[in-house]
Write a protein that binds this ligand. Structure first.
Ligand SMILES: Nc1nc2c(c(=O)[nH]1)N[C@H]1C(S)=C(S)[C@@H](COP(=O)(O)OP(=O)(O)OC[C@H]3O[C@@H](n4cnc5c(=O)[nH]c(N)nc54)[C@H](O)[C@@H]3O)O[C@H]1N2
Ligand SMILES: Nc1nc2c(c(=O)[nH]1)N[C@H]1C(S)=C(S)[C@@H](COP(=O)(O)OP(=O)(O)OC[C@H]3O[C@@H](n4cnc5c(=O)[nH]c(N)nc54)[C@H](O)[C@@H]3O)O[C@H]1N2
Ligand SMILES: [Mo]
Length: 728
């Protein structure tokens, strides 16, 4: 199976190349570094990079003719991207040229009325700047202005909206992230920081546990390393409550009960201890607190207990433990989905401990992989602006910070002054934030909502002003990944479409208007060229890490960081003790158990667990809205087990209503044994012109960890419960 898959990909690439050579007369000349445009045949070549919040962060090679993108491919220079893109990536040209794009600034006459009026950039900036000045007048500060920015575009220069806010003064800012905070804290308690092996090193693994991660959809480029390891004899195991496409490729699949991974990991650890398979060198020389952990296991954990808690048979737990502990090197990839629970951080710590007791941390082909930020050493100059002079004389001397995962509640509870104005960019709160009904209430309390967007999203429907923003192909930026080790430049490949401006240009336009109306009220620069913005982000350490002397070399393709393949290869950890900490005082300081002890999952609040994971056809609310994608996946659905459906007289395709104490939604049912009997799965995507929104079922309950490293706890997205009934 694995070999066939690889063959398929290669075959497709070979035939694509062939077609391309016919088109271009086989001209593949590469120019050196220069300011000149590079040609291949009739095409101008540009280097782009997908700036979505994705493991893969793919280098893109863009072919332009007569100022129009003709086609794109994955950067062939990056061994990770390896010339290929995902289904979403290949849909990019449609995203750029979609007739549905927002083309000009617009004002909605009556929020939610759908009556949009075209306005000029100058009018838009005038309305916005006057409102900002009036907030200052009214409140004596700008805390009434809140920036809501998330992960719509992760380019480094695209931090300009944060810079714009700093340049205006002290405002309300969100902290935290919905992605991965509980796991980040867990790894920071255990190892001092989150750092994972190069994914390309996975080929060296003899045993791979994919634990609550779905790379067949969410990191497709990593699959080739998994297949390669498999073809070299490694066993691949998937642990997930949902039988995913990744599970379909694995050798073993375990349908764990959601939120109980800690019990499974601790049960495995107890069995490894009983069998004497603990790596004594690691736990005595490179770790602290092992004895206490071993005592905790002996006193509290048994395999039968773990089996009852996590829903897997005892023999499966024993087998998994034995196989994992006997294979060297063995690796675990912990996904972000599995830590989006009220005990997610505790569960990650228990899994980390498995890697540690078997001595798999710090070696090639090993590691408990989660993510890393080691190559994020940019200057972040776009985000870093001084406040204007009048901010210094205000009573308020710092930003007001609110938890990004509780946007609705935080807006409502902001206090004095209230949040009065929201600037939304790279974020689609109505689709992606939690407790949608509460968010609508929060929006109702605001005077002015500005959305910087590409499409008429559900958030734009709830906005007063929309500003059209460029796509990655119409602007410059830079990207690295939180997974692989490659760095790519994003060149402007085409002129901005319609009246679109980049986030940086929008910040500059607002700055100009602010200073026109009130001189000295905004420090955001208005005269920097794209090249200068890029220049400002690089420093000698960064260039050295990637082995280049000038960022312009990136015009020849992405480059890889010069780093060891194995994280923690020297086994010098960033914890206070410098060792792996089974017993973490820091964790205790943050109100957690010092040991990776079992933590109870959230109690069920309705008959079915509702899980809303990530889709193959979308990254959150992006891409599924395109007509190209609708051809493959035309409508939303709720996945339900046939037996559960039968008990509710639900047949395949029936419209069903799913409801809980947050809200409700209606969608067709899809019967599948891929989900367990007590679980409903709905994907968190936005369909164009469709009211479907999973956040009507998802509350904003926090995960256990996240505050230590990210400033706010994560969010227990998959700890939701609801009931279901057939409609009609
Ligand atoms: N129920 C449920 N909810 C979830 C999750 C889940 O698993 N289940 N996952 C959570 C996670 S992990 C994340 S990261 C968040 C993601 O939440 P968001 O970051 O809000 O989601 P996206 O849909 O990726 O992007 C938001 C918007 O950015 C816009 N955009 C794209 N490019 C640009 C640009 O260049 N400039 C500007 N201004 N806008 C641009 C897109 O059109 C899109 O509307 O969702 C979270 N919400
Ligand atoms: N195609 C695509 N790719 C993406 C994204 C996307 O939306 N679409 N989003 C990007 C972003 S922002 C992120 S954060 C990453 C997320 O990447 P992943 O973490 O891989 O994605 P998720 O789908 O959120 O969750 C992965 C799996 O966790 C499982 N899971 C949920 N709860 C539990 C549990 O209690 N135990 C176990 N063992 N498993 C559990 C889910 O069933 C799901 O299959 O992917 C990135 N890549
Ligand atoms: Mo995310």
């Amino acid at each position: 199976m694995a070999d066939n898959m690889k063959y398929d990909i290669n075959l497709k690439r070979a035939s694509f190349r062939k077609g391309f050579e016919v088109l271009t007369g086989g001209l593949f000349s590469r120019a050196g570094v220069s300011e000149e445009i590079v040609y291949e045949g009739d095409y101008e070549i540009f280097r782009n990079v997908c700036p979505r919040n994705c493991y893969d962060t793919c280098g893109i090679k863009t072919y332009v003719k007569d100022g129009v993108i003709r086609f794109i491919e994955g950067a062939p220079e990056s061994t990770f991207t390896d010339g290929g893109l995902c289904v979403k990536g290949y849909a990019y040209p449609r995203r750029v040229y979609s007739p549905d794009r927002i083309k000009t600034p617009m004002r909605q006459i009556g929020r939610g009325s759908g009556k949009w009026q075209r306005i000029s950039w100058d009018e838009a900036m005038d309305i916005i700047a006057r409102k900002i000045l009036s907030l200052k007048e009214q409140d004596g500060s700008l805390l009434g202005l809140c920036l809501a920015k998330a992960s719509g575009h992760h380019g480094v220069t695209n931090n300009s909206p944060q810079g714009m806010m700093s340049a205006l003064g002290y405002t309300t800012r969100t902290v935290g992230t919905p992605c991965w905070p509980a796991g980040i804290d867990a790894q920071a308690f255990d190892m001092g920081a989150m750092w994972c092996n190069d994914p390309e090193d996975m080929i060296n693994s003899r045993y791979i546990i994919l634990w609550g991660v779905n790379p067949a959809w969410c990191s497709i480029h990593t699959m080739k390393y998994i297949y390669e390891a498999q073809s070299r004899g490694a066993k691949v195991v998937v642990i997930d409550p949902v039988f995913t496409q990744t599970a379909a490729k694995a050798d073993l699949y375990f349908q764990v009960r959601a939120g109980t991974d800690g019990a499974l990991a601790l049960g495995m650890a107890r069995h490894i201890l009983d069998l004497g398979l603990v790596d004594e060198t690691f736990v005595t020389r490179h770790a602290v607190g092992y004895d206490r952990f071993a005592n905790y296991l002996k006193d509290n954990i048994t395999v039968p207990w773990a089996a009852a808690a996590c829903g897997l048979p005892e023999e499966d737990i024993r087998r998994l433990a034995e196989e994992f502990a006997s294979a060297t090197p063995a690796t675990i990839w912990i996904g972000y989905g599995m830590q989006r629970h009220i005990n997610g951080g505790a569960n990650v710590r228990a899994i980390d401990a498995l890697g540690a007791i078997t001595g798999n941390i710090g070696i090639e082909g090993g590691g408990v992989r989660y993510g890393h930020l080691t190559n994020r050493i940019f200057n972040y100059a776009a985000a870093d602006m001084p406040p204007p002079k009048d901010a210094a004389s205000s009573q308020v001397t710092s930003d007001r910070l609110i938890n990004t995962n509780k946007l609705a509640r935080e807006i409502i509870d902001a206090g004095d002054p209230p949040v009065r104005m929201l600037w939304i960019t790279c974020r689609n709160p109505m689709s992606q934030d939690f407790d949608r009904p509460l968010l609508e209430k929060a929006f109702d309390s605001l005077d002015l909502i500005v959305s910087v967007e590409q499409f008429f999203t559900q958030t734009v429907e709830h906005s007063d002003i929309v500003l059209p923003v460029t796509t990655l192909f119409e602007e410059w930026s830079i990207n690295v990944s939180y997974w692989h080790y490659w760095l790519s430049i994003n060149e402007q490949a085409i002129a901005p479409l319609h009246e679109c401006k980049s986030n940086t240009q929008i910040a500059a336009a607002l700055s100009t208007k602010m200073n026109e109306l009130s001189p000295g009220s905004c420090t955001f620069p208005t005269d920097l060229t794209d090249e200068q913005w890029i220049d400002r982000e690089f420093n000698p350490e960064l260039l050295e890490m990637f082995g280049i002397s000038d960022w312009r070399e990136l015009r020849n393709g992405p480059v890889k960081a010069k780093m060891p393949a194995a994280a923690w290869h020297e086994r010098r950890f960033k914890t206070p003790s410098g060792k792996y900490e089974f017993y973490s005082e820091t964790a205790a300081t943050y109100g957690h158990k010092a040991l990776p002890e079992f933590s109870e999952p959230r109690k069920a609040r309705a008959p079915f667990r509702v899980m809303t994971p990530h889709s193959k056809f979308a990254i959150h609310s992006q891409f599924q809205n395109l007509d190209y994608m609708a051809d493959f996946n035309p409508e939303p659905h709720v996945a339900i087990h046939p037996e559960a459906a039968a008990a509710k007289q639900i047949r395949d395709g029936d419209p069903v209503r799913i409801f809980n104490d947050i809200g409700e939604l209606t969608a067709p049912a899809r019967l599948t044994t891929n989900v367990s009997r007590d679980c409903l799965v709905l994907y968190e995507v936005w369909f164009n012109q469709n009211a479907y929104c999973v956040q009507n079922l998802v509350d904003d309950r926090s995960a256990d960890m996240g505050a230590f490293q990210t400033g706010a706890p994560g969010v227990a997205i998959h700890d939701q419960f609801a009931d279901i009934e057939r409609v009609g």
